[in-house]
Ligand binder design. Structure first.
Ligand code: SAH
Ligand code: TMP
Ligand code: ZN
Length: 406
């Protein structure tokens, strides 16, 4: 199947199909099983601008609303990362006496709280009302709307132009990328920067991290595709930085053309992407085969554990676990529950696969033989915290980059 590219109107050719899926953060109450929204989770690459994107999308109001489950402050490493980000912006970016920092998708205020505490002028744009309220409780100023060209003009009229526009794990969620970039172009100060941190296609392909593919991630960026997007919408890609978040992301910095000298990192990563054939069909063909192999190995291992009469419990219910459990057809028969520290996920079911989510105590009160680590990007933090599980003889199962036991 193919569709028209959301960036350039070119032809997007499908390369991987993860089947019939529901929404990654659609954790539902048992009584709401009949109201699930299904779609086909498939990804393709534009033959013209190379942007990798979903073929089918879930309408944004179904994804972001007053019961949005993802709370960015849920992990220690995220809190530290975004606090560092905030300090970095305040130290190095804004010029002038009264800088203005805007965050698209500020969620529970994990980044902006530090900016607010410092008394720096800021605005978070956050459509999900519940997390917007959490941010407000931290003293963050929030506009409870979707960021687009319309809201951007309204913000400019009220507050003036922004020295920094930031987005983390949000820019790749916004299907109407043209409206987003027109908005950024309208709001950005002449010497301002648009900085965003998003999952990297190079990591997804390189580590077979197929669980990064889900309804909210409409785009899967590379340096090459972001450069093409920036050019198309009148901005320039001036810096890239690899960061460890979510298993491997890139932080892109865009500015108005000829305002900043691009750092050598841009060309270096572009060259690396060429060497890795990151925009070539054979790379995606191999990825598709790797994904099928991981599915086969994981299901075989879980069946073997069940046949041996051993217990396995899931650890961490990130949105990613929805893709994995539904694609691999793993239900409560193979993984009876998943423990997760997010209160709003507990007592709910993973959408589609209907595996119950329970609090972490359900894990620690009665250790299973194996813990399947869905929150693999927090492996260090979680394994350190749950040291006594290992001490008691428990074993961790990971499936990225391949199925293995540690
Ligand atoms: N920045 C945080 C949260 C990422 S989750 C982090 O990196 O952890 C993505 C967030 O983007 C959600 O809170 C969602 O409500 C918000 N979002 C989705 N579409 C948006 C849009 N068009 N404008 C602004 N925020 C959006
Ligand atoms: P994320 O990778 O998208 O941040 O999601 C991680 C999920 O794992 C989130 O739902 C919270 C959960 N989690 C735990 O349950 N315990 C932990 O110690 C950590 C770090 C995360
Ligand atoms: Zn395109």
């Amino acid at each position: 199947m193919h569709i028209t590219c959301r960036v350039c109107g070119g032809n997007v050719q499908e390369f991987v199909d993860l089947g019939r899926q529901t929404m990654a953060n659609g954790f539902l109450r048992p009584e709401d099983i009949d109201s699930e929204h299904f779609f086909r989770l498939a990804v393709g690459m534009c033959e013209s601008c190379t942007t990798v994107q979903l073929l089918e999308e879930v309408p944004q109001h179904l994804r972001y609303h007053n019961a949005y489950r993802y709370h960015a402050s849920g992990s220690e490493s995220h809190r530290k990362h975004f606090e560092r980000n905030a300090r970095r912006f305040m130290e190095s970016e804004p010029t002038g006496p009264d800088p203005f920092i805007v965050e698209i998708g500020c969620n529970d205020g994990v980044m902006l709280a530090t900016i607010a505490q410092a008394g720096v002028r800021h605005l978070g744009v956050e459509p999900s009302g519940n997390v917007a309220e959490l941010a407000r409780a931290k003293g963050v100023r929030v506009l409870n709307e979707f960021f687009d060209v319309k809201t951007a003009f309204a913000i400019r009229a009220e507050h003036g132009r922004a020295d920094v526009i930031f987005g983390a794990n949000t820019i790749c969620h916004i299907a109407d990328i043209e409206s987003l970039f027109l908005g950024v172009e309208a709001l950005l100060a002449p010497d301002g920067v648009f900085v965003f941190e998003e999952p990297y296609l190079g990591t997804i392909v390189g580590r077979t991290a197929f669980d990064q593919i889900y309804d909210e991630h409409v785009f899967y960026f590379t340096v090459r595709s972001v450069q093409a997007i920036a050019d198309r919408f009148g901005l320039e890609l001036v810096d890239v930085e690899q960061i460890p978040m979510h298993g491997g992301e890139i932080r892109y910095t865009l500015a108005r053309p000829s305002r900043r000298t691009p750092t050598p990192a841009v060309n270096a990563l572009l060259a690396e992407e060429r060497t890795r054939r990151l925009a070539e069909p054979d790379t995606f063909e191999r990825f598709g085969n790797d994904v099928k192999r991981v599915r086969g190995d994981l299901v075989a291992l879980l069946r073997e554990i069940r046949a041996d009469g051993k217990r396995v419990v899931g650890y961490g219910a990130p949105g990613k676990c929805t893709t994995v459990t539904n694609y691999c057809e793993i239900g409560p028969d193979l993984v009876p529950f998943i423990c997760d520290s997010t209160p709003s996920k507990q007592g709910h079911l993973v959408s589609g696969s209907h595996i119950p989510v329970r609090p972490p105590e359900a894990f620690s009160q009665d250790y299973p033989d194996f813990a399947l680590l869905f929150a693999w990007n927090h492996a260090d933090e979680i394994m350190a915290k749950e040291k006594s599980f290992r001490d008691a003889g428990g074993k961790w199962i990971l499936y990225i980059p391949d199925v293995h036991i540690v």
